[in-house]
Design a protein around this ligand. Structure first.
Ligand code: NI
Length: 171
């Protein structure tokens, strides 16, 4: 098990492009997913996508449980059904120190593969629905601050830089 460094907005090209599909479901992939779980828990996030660790692959891990003991991964995920719309506030590990309100569907159904390549469907509204949409956005090169107006986005990035500086000074 190993922690993997998280990359920040504009610090890595993988964050800003459409990620490549996963084609090999081998033991290296299984290990990567374990490391992503560990990295997500360490960062206290409820989701982490591979581009956030600088990896150009369609993989994301999620755990929205209170006890942080129900992790799952979605590989090559696709939203196959959605309905409703609402605004949702959320942070992002790649834009630390910011909180952004983003338009989201109320309900989504996702088709994805697990770490052995098996296809499954998962559906959700509320936190799970939002988390699925946030992580799938990451795999499309889109972060929640990309929904903001240019001015608000600039302000969010300023906040992020301040937050990174603060954290650097405190360690
Ligand atoms: Ni994020």
């Amino acid at each position: 098990m190993a922690l993997i460094p998280i990359v920040y907005y504009s610090y890595h090209p993988a964050l800003h492009k459409i990620a490549e599909p996963v084609t090999e479901f081998d033991s290296a992939l299984a290990q990567l997913i374990q490391d992503m779980y560990e990295t997500m828990y360490h960062a206290e996030g409820c989701g982490l996508a591979a581009p956030q660790i600088g990896l150009d692959k369609r993989i994301a891990v999620i755990d929205i449980s209170e006890e942080k003991n129900k992790p799952f991964c979605i590989i090559n995920p696709e939203i196959i059904e959605k309905s409703g719309s609402e605004m949702m506030s959320a942070g992002c590990l790649s834009v630390p120190g910011t909180y952004t309100t983003t338009p989201r569907a109320t309900y989504v159904k996702v088709r994805a593969q697990n770490e052995t390549g098996h296809f499954f469907e998962i559906e959700g509204s509320g936190l799970l629905g939002h988390c699925l949409q946030h992580e799938i956005d990451h795999l499309l090169g889109k972060l929640n601050i990309d929904y903001l107006s240019p001015l608000k986005k600039k302000m969010a990035l300023k906040k992020m830089k301040k937050s990174l500086k603060r954290n650097k000074n405190s360690t």
